[in-house]
Design a protein around this ligand. Structure first.
Ligand SMILES: NC(=O)c1ccc[n+]([C@@H]2O[C@H](COP(=O)([O-])OP(=O)(O)OC[C@H]3O[C@@H](n4cnc5c(N)ncnc54)[C@H](O)[C@@H]3O)[C@@H](O)[C@H]2O)c1
Length: 351
């Protein structure tokens, strides 16, 4: 077996069972399981169940407090600051997205910054939670330092992602969700888990800033900022809008999933923009559809069959994996099985 194929609902229940066995409250366990498996469904495996062993370790070692509820620090007009008090990242992100939606309904815009949070998985889940209300959802977070600033070779930024989600009735859909590095760290970790000795050029550097294609060197080295100094700029934007603005940890003050000595201390930003305050929602839909059609009307470049827009690869993957199940690499399935056995959780039988 090189990989196990698990139906998404069984995988979700399995993840939920593991978290419940660690005394995570049922609603939180369900939410984390749903978000991780949703990422797998979209083939964003770097942010799927591969994260679970790290979350388990954080809880078992006391670096994350699954019982913390967090608190509103301040609310002023359309702006809210939340202290996650080192609780479950997805739980904090859900509360904060919902606050952003509430403020947006009232003011036309709503912006929430959470500090002292934990990893919230793929940003797309939260952008979509906002866009489901007819709002543009913009989400960023800072992350564990593993990216050197441009022209440097010491880790100062995280992979600080940016997600922009727009409301859509299907046609004209667009969902951007990207790390500010060439790839998310999870992609390199996935290559490592899959025992792939090399990764594509342009993904990573060694600890001295020398580009590398060796997976293990990359894992212990530095990620490449997306587009050189421009990716550094995007990462800095996330540090400012999340960490600086929210009074939270920035840059080297953050811990990380793989750092066993300190809590994560990540900050996250959730911005909701009410489309209807600018343009009739029907017109917005029609104009999005027109824009996407115009973009896709470009002739495909040599070696390509078609032009895509952000979100297309993931929606296609989702349609396939909903039908055919989620592939989980053998190594990961083994380590999830070990955790489950240790916690007395039933392991789904492979079909
Ligand atoms: N929580 C965290 O700390 C954290 C940190 C970094 C990244 N992430 C997550 O990592 C995930 C993966 O990020 P990534 O940068 O590796 O993603 P990626 O490079 O696979 O995709 C980035 C974006 O490009 C779009 N895209 C892909 N192929 C395309 C094409 N041919 N044409 C047009 N658009 C295309 C995708 O739809 C997506 O919106 C994201 O979900 C992100 O939120 C999370």
């Amino acid at each position: 077996m090189s990989e196990a194929i698990i139906p998404h609902d069984q995988l979700r229940d399995f993840v939920e069972g593991i978290l419940s066995a660690l005394a995570v409250a049922p609603a939180k366990a369900r939410l984390v399981a749903e978000t991780l498996v949703a990422a797998n469904l979209r083939a964003v495996d770097s942010h799927g169940v591969q994260l679970l062993p790290f979350y388990v370790d954080q809880i078992e070692c006391g670096r994350m407090n699954p019982h913390a509820q967090g608190r509103v620090v301040s609310e002023s007009g359309a702006c809210l600051v939340y202290d996650g008090e080192n609780g479950v990242g997805q739980f904090i992100a859900e509360l904060c997205s919902d606050h952003a939606v509430r403020l947006c309904r009232e003011h036309g815009l709503g912006m929430v910054v959470a500090r002292e949070s934990n990893h919230f998985g793929a940003a797309a889940w939260w952008g979509q939670r906002i866009s489901a209300h007819g709002m543009v959802g913009i989400v960023q977070c800072n992350a564990s330092p593993m990216v050197a600033p441009w022209q440097g070779c010491d880790p100062r930024y995280g992979t600080n992602p940016l997600c922009v989600a727009v409301p859509s009735n299907g046609a004209g859909a667009w969902l951007l969700d990207m790390a500010s590095t060439t790839v998310a760290m999870g992609r390199i970790y996935k290559a490592f888990v899959n025992r792939e000795a090399t990764i594509p050029p342009g993904w990573a550097m060694d600890g001295e800033g020398v580009p590398t294609v060796e997976t293990e060197t990359a894992l212990n080295g530095l990620l490449m900022p997306l587009g050189g100094y421009k990716g550094s700029g995007l990462a800095m934007m996330a540090e400012i809008l999340c960490g600086v603005l929210g009074g939270g940890a920035v840059s080297t003050e953050l811990g990380g999933l793989r750092i066993k000595t300190a809590p994560f201390r990540v900050s996250q930003m959730f911005l909701a923009i009410d489309v209807a305050r600018f343009i009739e929602p029907e017109q917005f839909q029609a104009r999005m559809e027109k824009l996407v059609t115009m973009v896709k009307s470009s002739r495909p470049a040599q070696g390509h069959q078609e032009v895509l827009v952000a979100g297309d690869p993931e929606w296609r993957a989702e349609a396939g994996r909903l039908r055919g199940g989620i592939p989980v690499p053998e190594n990961l399935w083994t380590s999830l099985g070990e955790i489950a056995r240790r916690l007395g959780v039933a392991i789904p039988a492979l079909g």
